[in-house]
Design a binder for this molecule. Sequence first.
Ligand SMILES: [Zn+2]
Length: 165
Amino acid sequence: MTIWLGRDAAQVIIEQANIFFPLETGGVLLGWRDGEDRVVVDIVGAGPKALHGRHTFIPDHSWQVEQIDEAFRNTAGDLDYLGDWHSHPAGVAAMSSEDRSTLRRISRRVRHPIMVIAAGRNANWTFGGWMQLRPRLLRRSVAECQPIQYFAVPSEWPRAPLSAE
Ligand SMILES: [Zn+2]
């Protein structure tokens, strides 16, 4: 599978990551499922009451839910919650053990969720993407690294305004 990441969404992630640098920030990924592929067209940020630490952040959950609801309304329910994103300021685009347990927890309510991590600083951010999968022969699900492809979201696609705060 491939994670298709809209260039605008990737840009907003980088802007947000730089605003909070050297602290971590993050949010949710919205878009579509296309077979096993995921197409990310919008992101929601951490929210005004989020708490940001060096290696963790706690999102403003009620604000995020409002933003997601609004995105659903603006697109007539076309967008889907696909997973979460967050930054690793001055770090590497790799899953920490907390990241793995977060993605495993999300997978209890969302089928095959994805996690996107942006690592770096200033103009140098590297993206990594993972999907929680349950391989045959394995009893428990695992996060598998997935390729990310960037694309320009066609202007005629239904979308909500990017809400990053
Ligand atoms: Zn992390």
